[in-house]
Design a protein around this ligand. Structure first.
Ligand SMILES: Nc1ncnc2c1ncn2[C@@H]1O[C@H](COP(=O)(O)OP(=O)(O)O)[C@@H](O)[C@H]1O
Ligand SMILES: [Mg+2]
Length: 353
């Protein structure tokens, strides 16, 4: 397809001020969308300004996740962090070049809205090789490839001798990443940090876990990625989806429909561990914003100190009477309900101090 060089180069360079994190793996079901939502929420909770793009226009898992998150927040009338979100529709015409040009146009428009105003852009990609997915890979500052911790999924990176379990070659996806990184270097000289994240790890030590680890070490040297431990196999990750929640959100009995368990606590630690091993460039300004926002979230639902609101002491109520309605000022100080769009920005936090 033909795309004017300037626009293509600008898109590949990506939003100039946002760090681009791409979730990629040609296999479906490896945990890309689950990791994408957890990273996006973790970054927002760290005070970073986050935008997200869903390139999986068939499944739209990330988009549905965020819609559910917004609906849940509205239902419980509590603010939750929401990124600025775009879902890029696929071109459905008969001609491939026209479809690609249309998809590129939508993608470039989204990038134009995001750039300079966000610290991070998290892009979720489909489990298939598409034109936009390749483009996203070539924009990545950090490429995160979640991999189910099994040899069954290993072939997305390399081929393995069935008898000796030795690595015999690189896969189609590994070649795609190699090419994307080459493109990236040509455009702005930067090297993509490729991180393979082991997902669905067994909670117990196992031979599989050890052997997959050894295979990854060999491949990491060959292909130039680093690998880190991600999430263990836990039912809680599947249970979060209906409410659009993550392991990092406030998880009480109302949110979960059951009492929080050790699994929720451990899942949260896993997510925090993953964020730190990704070594993303979280800035100090963002951390200040996070502190200020956390304080605001806490105070948003704290009962008001009526001394602040009422000038005259009201006459004491007779015992058993209904409480008086909140005065207008108190109503006004309540936080606005979350905005209605799936892509709504979070309620405005106070300015960072
Ligand atoms: N660590 C995990 N433990 C349990 N279930 C998981 C885990 N990671 C992902 N899943 C579940 O696996 C399914 C596929 O995950 P998803 O993130 O949609 O993969 P992808 O985006 O790569 O297709 C989802 O039902 C998700 O809830
Ligand atoms: Mg997905």
């Amino acid at each position: 397809m033909f795309i004017e060089p300037d626009r293509r180069e600008a898109a590949q360079r990506g939003p100039l001020s946002a760090h681009v994190v791409v979730l990629g793996n040609e296999k479906g079901g490896s945990g890309k969308s689950t990791t994408a939502i957890h990273l996006a929420v973790a970054l927002m909770k760290a005070g970073q300004r986050v935008a997200t793009i869903d390139l999986d226009s068939r499944q739209q898992t990330l988009t549905h996740y965020l819609e559910r998150r917004r609906l849940w927040a509205r239902k419980v009338a509590k603010p939750v962090e929401m990124p600025l979100h775009f879902c890029i529709a696929r071109g459905e015409g008969l001609r491939i070049d026209e479809n690609e040009a249309a998809e590129f146009g939508r993608f470039a428009d989204a990038i134009a809205e995001i750039e300079h105003r966000h610290d991070f852009l998290v892009i979720d990609t489909p489990g298939t090789d598409t034109y936009l997915s390749r483009l996203a890979h070539s924009m990545a500052d950090t490429l995160v490839t979640p991999l189910n911790d099994s040899f069954l999924d290993f072939d997305v990176l390399g081929t393995v001798d069935p008898q000796t379990l030795e690595i015999t070659g690189a896969s189609h996806y590994a070649e795609l990443v190699r090419e994307a990184r080459r493109q990236r270097r040509i455009v702005d000289g930067k090297v993509t940090d490729w991180v393979v994240v082991r997902n669905r790890l067994s909670t117990l030590g196992s031979r599989n876990r050890r052997v997959v680890g050894e295979g990854l070490s060999t491949l990491a040297r060959r292909l130039g990625f680093r690998f880190v431990e991600g999430f263990c196999e836990r039912v809680v990750y599947r249970e979060f989806f209906p409410r659009g929640l993550t392991a990092l959100d406030e998880l009480d009995e109302a949110a979960l429909g059951t009492k929080p368990s050790m699994s929720h606590v451990t899942a949260r630690l896993e997510v925090q561990g993953l964020v730190s091993s990704l070594m993303l460039p979280l800035d100090a300004r963002g951390k200040k914003r996070a502190e200020a926002r956390a304080e605001w979230f806490m105070s948003a639902f704290r009962p008001l100190d009526v001394d602040d609101v009422l000038v005259d002491e009201p006459a004491p109520e007779p015992a058993g009477a209904d409480p008086a309605p909140l005065p207008a000022l108190a109503q006004a100080r309540r936080p606005a309900p979350p905005r209605s769009s799936a892509t709504a920005a979070p309620p405005p936090p106070p300015p960072a101090r």
